[in-house]
Design a protein around this ligand. Structure first.
Ligand SMILES: NC(=O)c1ccc[n+]([C@@H]2O[C@H](COP(=O)([O-])OP(=O)(O)OC[C@H]3O[C@@H](n4cnc5c(N)ncnc54)[C@H](O)[C@@H]3O)[C@@H](O)[C@H]2O)c1
Length: 384
């Protein structure tokens, strides 16, 4: 158990002490304009952190970053992680204490279409961020956000542990395995004996309000619901560790805080749901339809482009539980319910999930969306 970890009944607490740690803290986030980055920014802005973001433009249009008014919540550098000079300038100017690296080409199918871009972003991007950490005199914590797909997938029922072979199958998964290896080498070569805690976090598929990405199941469900169409599922029987986006977001911030205070806890951690929440994609879609109030059958989708994707993937999360007392707060059903709640509020505010649609602008135009996010963050923190 981590010394002094703030826990209640053995469970890690995200109470006021946790938020206070981030008040005024200089946090540097790559990939801030993305789905996880925007939720993290929302949490950190509630905590009063001094956030710097470094990212390309939001990867989708509409985007959650625009919806929350992300530009006003952080100091944003629009740049490419493959550009070491641009990154170094942002580091020099913002002098971060904590660096959370999330910028990536994060889609499996896109990685088959564009392996060079995927490896360039996910591997050399990581090298560049670590190089800036190495040259900075201010960083105390580096956390690399990878994925559950970093492991060699043996299609077995038992969850993977942190010390298993890193050898993702497809270019996305494999580039993230490489990103882990790069991090391990930098840790051994440059940070041993230094006051920099270097960790990685391997989370499963996340769902939640505000994801507009292509080829992800909840955005596909919401788009179908908005259009009144049935939803097509590529692999209805594939099993994934689905969790709400707030689970990894808070787990990342917990690892960052605890390793800031106890460098010896820096390591690689799996971040996943309970085994009972590793469900088939078809089950997830039926649950979504139930909460939305849709009575339509989904249908199997057989796209022309159907590269290999893992069938069965589970994580063993004993290490993060034993070290910090971290456990998932929400079941997959609660995660789906929260995604539906967010999406309905967004549509009621005049938003749309259709590509390139304008989001309502002007003072208060999407105020209810911000409110629902703040409500969900408060519920998550209190464990409700
Ligand atoms: N969403 C998931 O289910 C999931 C699961 C496991 C791990 N992850 C990991 O979490 C991280 C965030 O994922 P997400 O779902 O928010 O993805 P996202 O696509 O919504 O966001 C990706 C972010 O990276 C930025 N980016 C992409 N290429 C860049 C480049 N060359 N230079 C600078 N910025 C660049 C984008 O602008 C965006 O801000 C990624 O590292 C991803 O691999 C995601």
């Amino acid at each position: 158990m981590g010394k002094d970890c703030s826990q209640q009944n053995g469970i890690y607490s995200f109470g006021p002490g946790f938020m206070n740690f981030y008040k005024g803290r200089r946090v540097f986030i790559t990939g801030i304009t993305g789905f996880k980055g925007s939720w993290m920014l929302k949490v950190l802005s509630l905590a009063g952190a001094a956030v710097t973001g470094y990212s390309l433009e939001p990867p989708t249009d509409p985007s959650l970053f625009d919806i929350i008014g992300g530009n006003e919540l952080c100091r944003l550098y629009t740049g490419d992680v493959r550009d070491l000079g641009g990154l170094k300038k942002a580091f020099d100017e913002s002098k971060p204490e904590i660096v959370i690296h999330m910028a990536a080409q994060p889609l499996v199918r896109e990685s088959y279409r564009n392996p060079v871009l995927t490896y360039g972003t996910n591997v050399m991007g990581t090298v560049n961020v670590l190089e800036c950490v190495r040259l900075s005199g201010t960083v105390k914590v580096f956390l690399n956000v990878t994925t559950d797909k970093v492991y060699r997938n043996l299609e077995r029922a038992e969850g993977y542990k942190e010390d298993e072979v890193l050898d993702g199958f497809d270019p996305y998964s494999n580039s993230k395995s490489c990103s882990e290896l790069v991090t391990a080498s930098y840790r051994r070569s440059f940070f041993d004996g230094k006051d920099v805690a270097v960790s990685t976090a391997r989370a499963g598929n996340v769902i939640g309000g505000g994801d507009f990405a292509k080829d992800r199941i909840i955005p596909d469900c919401v788009r179908a619901a908005e259009l009144g169409d049935p939803v097509g599922i590529r692999n209805p029987h594939s099993v994934r560790p689905y969790q709400h986006v707030l689970e990894p977001v808070f787990a990342y911030l917990m690892i960052a805080k605890e390793t800031f205070e106890h460098k010896e806890l820096a390591a690689s951690y799996n971040v996943g749901p309970y085994d009972t929440d590793c469900v088939e994609t078809g089950t997830l879609v039926n649950t979504f339809n139930g909460f939305w109030g849709i009575n339509r059958e989904s249908y199997p989708q057989n796209p022309d482009f159907n590269p290999h994707e893992a069938g069965l993937l589970r994580l063993n999360c004993d290490k993060i539980r034993q070290t910090f007392g971290w456990t998932p707060r929400w079941s997959y059903r609660e995660a789906v319910k929260a995604s539906v709640e967010w999406s309905k509020v967004y549509l009621e505010c005049g938003g749309s999930f259709k590509e390139d649609s304008d989001i309502p602008r002007g003072p208060g135009a999407l105020g209810d969306v911000s409110e629902v996010m703040e409500k969900q963050i408060a519920e998550y923190r209190s464990g409700n």
